[in-house]
Design a protein around this ligand. Structure first.
Ligand code: URQ
Ligand code: ZN
Ligand code: ZN
Length: 487
């Protein structure tokens, strides 16, 4: 059945126009004024609302086994909550255990995601190194539509990798035309600072930010950027939370290095005062890494989104309920790290960004959808409202209001860092695969209809980089003494 979205204003990252949008077969067929509704078409009256590319959340962890438990959000409830928040695609993470085959882990995550009701794709984490890992990265890139590989520089004795793995894996990513990404915190320093805090008897959640100050993130971001620069590979830094990491990215970009930054909606509006709540459970609920920072970092993050140092927003949606967080009751290093955000990211960004004059509507589209689609090679299939693009859209009510709360959200977790936040700007209708899946505050979803979206590697960008590296490659010095004339 075709779908006609009538009377809206289409907002793409690069232009805005009053237009109807006709979808059929999961594809946008036409965008223009006064479109005819085909016989039998479903007509949605946008009534002056904005019609935008569906949000893409490039950083989620549904059903993640982590720190002795499993994230409470599964691929069905998580993609449903995402659709309720205006998102039509998530990029989740396959995280192999060290020594586990990447292909085996990929198959495990594909099976978990079979229950999804919204579309999904995967980054794959490199949590160890061997010839087998190198080989399997190629199989994933060439045969399974994986074009990005994640590296954790934190979480020592778990999934952290050292600089030698970063170098070898970044080089392999360049060879494959895949984007390397990093969680940038110095895991060795965090480990020692955690130990020192525990030995000093500081065991509560207030110790969490003390064990991983902004310098720990800034140093790791700079190190990962330097290694990528030496290899000649681009780099995507996830959940940039502080001024120091932003400055490392800005320096690299100013020097012409291809480095991209991702900012979480949570880090834009929550600061480190939450860890000083005397209620243990309240403070523990905010334990995530990188931690919430002193307020001045928020200004730097907003500036980074506007000045192009950071290109995407995400949520790192990784949910643990109070009983799971309580695993760290006696020892803060055992509090499972992670918070929710997928359902609220876009409203928070509109309300705090566009409504407060920090972002234009077009920048909002770029930061919630288009830039991610371009960086991970999904554009213009995703991230654009135009004929031929996927019918993955959100009808955005710029004046709608909502109070964000765990009491009313669709996320399968008993807490949100945005509790009580009053936002202006909400998704009125979400369209996935050309069908209305969210409307009038109601989900119309079905387990298993979500699709795996393969992402081809990017030859164009990487060809340019390879040519540059070839041109700049130091030539072996000639051994012929200058006074001898070669025959
Ligand atoms: O570090 C991550 O991205 C995962 C394990 C989620 N947890 C978190 O605290 N960010
Ligand atoms: Zn992380
Ligand atoms: Zn994460």
């Amino acid at each position: 059945m075709s779908l006609l979205i009538r009377g809206g204003t289409v907002v793409n990252a690069d232009y805005t126009t009053r237009a109807d949008v006709l979808c059929d077969g999961g594809v946008i067929q036409a965008v223009g004024p006064d479109l005819e509704a085909p016989a039998g078409a479903r007509v949605v009256d946008a009534g002056g609302a904005l019609v935008m590319p569906g949000g893409i959340d490039p950083h989620t962890h549904m059903e993640l086994p982590f720190m002795g438990t499993v994230a409470s959000e599964n691929f069905f409830t998580g993609t449903a909550a995402g659709l309720a928040g205006g998102n039509t695609l998530i990029i989740d993470f396959v995280i192999p255990q060290p020594q586990q085959s990447l292909l085996e882990a990929y198959e495990q995550w594909r099976r978990k995601a079979d229950k999804a009701c919204g579309d999904y794709t995967f980054h794959v984490a490199v949590t160890w190194w061997s010839d087998q890992v190198e080989e399997e990265m190629g199989v994933l890139a060439r045969e399974h539509g994986v074009n990005s590989f994640k590296h954790f520089m934190a979480y020592k004795n778990a999934i952290m990798v050292e600089d030698d793995v970063l170098m070898q894996s970044f080089r392999r990513c360049l060879e494959l035309g895949a984007m390397p990404t990093v969680h940038a915190e110095n895991g060795e320093v965090v480990y020692l600072m955690q130990k020192a805090l525990l030995e000093a008897g500081i065991t509560g959640p207030e110790a969490h930010p003390l064990s991983r100050p902004a310098e720990v993130e800034g140093e790791a971001a700079n190190r990962a950027i330097s290694i990528a620069g030496m290899v000649g590979a681009p780099l995507y830094v996830v959940h940039v939370s502080c001024k120091e990491a932003l400055e490392a990215i800005a320096r690299a970009r100013a020097a012409g290095q291809r480095v991209y930054g991702e900012v979480l909606a949570q880090h834009l509006v929550v600061d480190d005062s939450v860890y000083r709540n005397t209620d243990w459970a309240e403070a523990a609920a905010y334990v995530m890494s990188p931690p919430f920072r002193p307020k001045h970092h928020q200004d730097a993050l907003w500036a980074g989104l506007v000045n192009g140092t950071a290109q995407t927003t995400a949520t790192d949606h990784c949910c643990f309920c109070a009983d799971q967080k309580a695993m760290g009751r006696e020892d803060f290093t055992r509090i499972p790290n992670g918070t929710a955000g997928i359902e609220h990211r876009m409203s928070v960004l509109w309300s705090e960004g566009v409504r407060k004059g920090r972002l234009t509507p077009q920048e909002f589209v770029a930061l919630t959808s288009t830039n991610t689609a371009q960086i991970f090679n999904l554009y213009p299939q995703r991230g654009r409202v135009a004929p031929g693009c996927d019918a993955a859209l959100v009808v955005w009510d710029p004046n709608g209001t909502q109070t964000l709360s765990a009491k009313t959200h669709h996320q399968n977790v008993d807490f949100t860092v945005f509790e009580g936040m009053e936002v202006t700007g909400i998704p009125a209708v979400t369209v996935s695969d050309g069908k209305v899946v969210w409307e009038n505050g109601q989900l119309h979803v079905e387990e298993g209809v979500g699709r795996y979206i393969p992402r081809p590697t990017f030859p164009v960008v990487f060809d340019a980089i390879n040519i540059r590296n070839e041109v700049l490659r130091p030539r072996p010095v000639s051994r012929t003494p200058s006074h001898e004339v070669t025959p």
